[in-house]
Design a protein around this ligand. Structure first.
Ligand SMILES: NC(=O)c1ccc[n+]([C@@H]2O[C@H](COP(=O)([O-])OP(=O)(O)OC[C@H]3O[C@@H](n4cnc5c(N)ncnc54)[C@H](O)[C@@H]3O)[C@@H](O)[C@H]2O)c1
Length: 250
């Protein structure tokens, strides 16, 4: 499939995990991809993976929680590739913490990266995506749809992403763009190690979010869902949270 031939995309969090898999998938399907991450080494590695496979990609250091970084990243994509068709905002931070152990700084960082970062990247991308009648895909989580243990800040941030996505989808529907999000369950990425039982936590609590299958999703399986939502195959799909969890949250 070459659904993104002639298109340009920004993928945040693309130095690792789901973001890297998404950048590779979009590039494999023809997109010119700006690989954005705070982790410059990870971003450079993703660019190498893409260019070694014959694709087109550049990297940029971007902290999605900073308005100037969000704007500069979008402008970089437009100056490098001439336009912006797709934003896949995948950057995020997570982890299990007992609520009484969460400091103001921990809460603020989680909200800043996961929720404010989604807003800032979408806001910066909107005029360019509207100009191309393109698509925005945000990365929420099933933690944005159902409660997770030891995840008050993470659940609040991802629930916010789901509602942000819906608000943008409705506000800009008649501008010809679509806005959706994916809600993965557990995915085999470096982040999963952050989701371990906190000191004094109850293992029983974790059974509520255990996968039904005997494995987590692969990053490529989530990237495929993001690519679908970003593509014209999803031309009448907007305002949707696509759950990628093999029935775990049913
Ligand atoms: N892994 C899972 O089980 C899982 C489940 C549901 C949702 N998610 C979501 O998927 C997304 C990707 O996570 P992942 O599993 O690939 O984790 P990951 O740790 O492999 O990748 C996250 C990437 O985001 C980058 N990042 C962190 N803060 C950033 C910032 N401020 N600005 C720019 N980049 C930043 C990191 O450097 C890293 O490269 C996150 O939004 C996460 O919440 C993950």
């Amino acid at each position: 499939m070459k659904r993104f031939e002639g298109k340009s995309a920004v993928v945040t969090g693309a130095g690792s995990g789901i973001g890297r898999a998404t950048a590779r998938r979009l590039a494999l399907e023809g997109a010119k991809v700006l690989v954005a991450d705070v982790n410059v080494d990870g971003a450079a590695e993703t660019v190498k993976l893409i260019t070694d496979a014959g694709g087109t990609a550049e990297s940029v250091r971007c902290d999605v929680s900073l308005p100037d970084d969000a704007k500069a990243t979008v402008l970089r994509a437009v100056s490098s590739f001439g336009k912006l068709d797709v934003l896949a905002n995948v950057a995020g931070v997570g982890g299990f913490h007992r609520t009484l152990d969460v400091t103001f700084e921990m809460w603020s960082r989680m909200i800043a990266v996961n929720l404010t970062g989604s807003f800032l990247m979408a806001q910066a991308a909107l005029p360019h995506v509207i100009a191309q009648k393109g698509a925005i895909v945000l990365c929420a989580s099933i933690a944005g749809l159902k409660s997770h243990p030891y995840s008050a800040a993470y659940c609040a941030s991802k629930g916010g992403v789901v509602q942000l996505m819906k608000a943008l989808a409705v506000e800009y529907a008649r501008k010809g763009i679509r806005v959706n999000c994916v809600c993965p369950g557990g995915v085999e990425t470096p982040m999963i190690s952050q989701f371990s039982l906190p000191p004094g936590g109850s293992p029983q609590q974790l059974t509520r979010i255990a996968p039904i299958l005997d494995r987590y999703a692969t990053p490529d399986e989530v990237a495929a869902a993001i690519a679908f939502l970003a593509s014209s195959d999803a031309s009448y799909i907007s305002g949707t949270s696509l759950v990628v969890d093999a029935a775990m949250s049913c």
